[in-house]
Design a protein around this ligand. Sequence first.
Ligand SMILES: Nc1ncnc2c1ncn2[C@@H]1O[C@H](COP(=O)(O)OP(=O)(O)O)[C@@H](O)[C@H]1O
Ligand SMILES: [Mg+2]
Length: 1034
Amino acid sequence: MVPIADPPLCSSSLSSLQTLGSDGVRITMESALTARDRVGVQDFVLLENHTSEAAFIENLRKRFKENLIYTYIGSVLVSVNPYKDLEIYTKNHMERYRGINFYEVSPHIYAVSDNSYRSMRTERRDQCILISGESGAGKTEASKKILQYYAVTCPASDQVETVKDRLLQSNPVLEAFGNAKTLRNDNSSRFGKYMDIQFDFKGAPVGGHILNYLLEKSRVVHQNHGERNFHIFYQLIEGGEEDLLRRLGLERNPQQYQYLVKGNCPKVSSINDRSDWKVVRKALSVIGFSEDEVEELLNIIASVLHLGNIQYGGEDSGNAYITTDTQIKYLARLLGVDGLVLKEALTHKKIIAKGEELKSPLNLEQASSARDALSKAVYGRTFTWLVNKINVSLAYKNASVIGLLDIYGFEVFQHNSFEQFCINYCNEKLQQLFIELTLKSEQDEYEAEGITWEPVQYFNNKIICDLVEEKFKGIISILDEECLRPGDASDITFLEKLENTVGGHAHLTTHKLTDGKTRKVMGREEFRLLHYAGEVNYNVNGFLDKNNDLLFRNLKEVMCMSDNKILTQCFDRAELKDSRRPETAATQFKTSLAKLMEILMSKEPSYVRCIKPNDAKQAGRFDEVLIRHQVKYLGLMENLRVRRAGFAYRRHYETFLQRYKSLCPETWPSWQGKLADGVSTLVKHLGYKPEEYKLGRSKIFIRFPKTLFATEDALETRKHSLGERESHVSHAVVVQAWWKGILACRRARRRREAANTIRRFIKGFIYRHNERCPENEYFLDYVRYSFLMKLRRNLPKTVLDKSWPTPPTALIEASERLRKLYMQNMVWGYCKRINPEWKHQLEQKMVASEIFKNKKDNYPQSVPKLFVGTRLNGEEINPKVLQSLGSEKMKYAVPVTKYDRKGYKARPRQLLLTSNSAVIVEEAKLKQRIDYAALKGISVSSLSDGVFVLHVPTEDKKQKGDVVLQSDHIIETLTKVAICADKVNSININQGSITFTMGQGREGIIDFTSGSELLVAKAKNGHLSVVSRNNGGI
Ligand SMILES: Nc1ncnc2c1ncn2[C@@H]1O[C@H](COP(=O)(O)OP(=O)(O)O)[C@@H](O)[C@H]1O
Ligand SMILES: [Mg+2]
């Protein structure tokens, strides 16, 4: 069944429009003020008559009728168990409460969860959520809902997924071993639980830690009528596989086991043991239990059942003996102990007297209580081991924390024993903490807002806490004293001691101490405590035994010898050597409670107060008597009084002004000045009296709900009168708000993307030297892309341009290949563009390079100068010469200087190259013709002069000897000669000097030196001296 929307949405309400979410279903709590007649108020502080319990309960009833199970008292959440599935825990609901102000949405357990989470994240303060209420009120369900909320809404990563699973799966395991069906609750937690959920700096749940309190061990051996033992026993018997049961020596019938028949209630309609077994088995493996560990754990569970079936017979002497040997056989195997030793330990008691060990036989009664003590100890310690094991699997360090406390609420039965005493003491402590912290947070808020604190009258229950826990004088101390005292201490002597020591205390009385009316309702073995929540009579029967919680020494010894790995951790041999008495149950509980208080005090608390609407676990039934009882025991009226001591309602100026601005002409449609001034103007216009409100630094405080309701009613009327125009305006406001929202979303998205890119880039930079991996792929791709783009812009323009951008490491090889390809391509294109003349030119240049490159000093200057076809044209050569050459084709002509062979006189000549020969011409005369075939070689110096020698064979009579010439274009001239004469390989480049033949066997020598001036002249030694300029002509 779907509950009605908590606060009905008024379509014309401005405030509802503001907070209308994208799904159109978010409904403001503020607007629901108008529906208060039908659904009551969502915050008890808004009750006009806040001191009236009847008004309080009436408000709860109205809301319960409408399936509104949650109501606030300020920031405390009151929750009434609906006993039916309400569809208010879907993922959509979770989303709706994410990041929302407390009062903007209707009360919900998710609002509390979210509020704590956000405080933890923003204020960096550890939080705790205290869930209390009586058995069956919905505490455990509430804590599960909170855990689910975090599991679904918090950020996650792969590792976090496993932790989330473990956190969630710890529940079914703990419930199997620690919960049982009671008269009040089919799944009643029989232990107190405090669980830390740990969050990392990103807000993801990363670990957890559980503290357990006071498991109700007595349930292992005894259950009241209509109740069951812990779930795990039934789950194992109903769900365990055939061969597992065979191994454990169990039958598939709970009726066979003494420990399971006491309550006469093996089956419960709301519980499916078989499917629960599967859930538990799966959960155990999620948490990280190995198959061996599960086996050992089940061995222990089965052992407890076998222990229960051990029966005793009595000898004549009264000593007990065991009549069920098969049980011992199973136990020996399952517990990994010696059967005979176990048998002996179950029937004898070992005493150490004056250093000597004495064994005394037990009678029937003693033997069965020793057996039960062993069962309780084994089960209890295994449970603690289980919690520790879960803690190991959830362990995480350095985290922010939200603690969840799911602990038994105040208990008052017809007969109250040691357990109720402990539980109620625990609640007394929690109440103390609650009042202190609520008052403190109220005081802090007033201080922060600059409003004078008005002292609140409240009942300080320290006096009761002291009565229970004070050293030497407190009830626990007195009980311990009786437990330790030698002699005939008994429950009754304990009662007497109480009467003697604290008999005069205002909060304690006994049958003997009290009078008339009270005495009638008290048993002789009872003492009565006046708790903050009311009176409770405790029967002292069993107090000493339960507090001692003793296990005979020889039973402990047997357990210490066990092969079972879990039991060896539970029963430590060191314990046997320790001669001190173990701490009593009450003192242990007191110490662990003190630690719990410390933990809670160090955190910022939130409260969930659970109420059970009826004892029949029925939906829709609101049992007023029962509820009144709980309202009282939970101290809700006290809570409300503290919260309402000063002001009923407080809101930030902005929220208040936004909602009510239409009620005052100065603030409507908008207020431009300071918010505080706006609120002040508004409330003055509304006629608030000075005693009705106060203006703090950022909030307005309104003392009475009626002031607020009058304002609300005025707003309702005003809305109608604003009429059509208003509706247009408001629609425009909505459109505007939507559009603004869209723009903001886009901006946020862009910013998010930018931040992501930067983050990816930085990460990539850090990992840039690694192999390609998800962390660096974006960065590496980017580097590649940007290199290629840069290359595209900076490619060399000509074949001679050797520049090339430096590639990143990853691209060195690719870059090199690209460079080669590009060069090839450019060269190819270049070649394609070359014309025949240019080709000819280049061919000649190639020849010149082959001959002179790095050999003759003036070669480099010749490179950029083009070779010409000829240096003398037709007109410059004498026609007679041309005539005498006849048909010989002229290929090149150049003016040269010839040096006489004798006196080295310089004479101007022309050198003509024809297809067959080189011809030296003087004016019209053909002075010398050298056939290419006869040209022996050409000599030239390595310096920058232009002198060269054409060598001719000496035996050739026609020739007058070698010719010494000088050309101003030596490189060009000799290249042409070499090509025409096909003498590329016959050009000798000489250092220092050249020897040449003058004719008739005489030799001449040309010495080459370099200097500042070109000088060719005969030297004193008769050689031709050539001084070439350092950068001589070509
Ligand atoms: N919010 C809820 N919605 C529906 N049913 C609930 C809710 N809270 C409790 N119940 C019902 O009440 C039963 C007892 O609740 P539980 O949390 O175990 O009580 P407690 O831990 O206070 O003893 C649950 O098994 C469930 O059936
Ligand atoms: Mg519970």
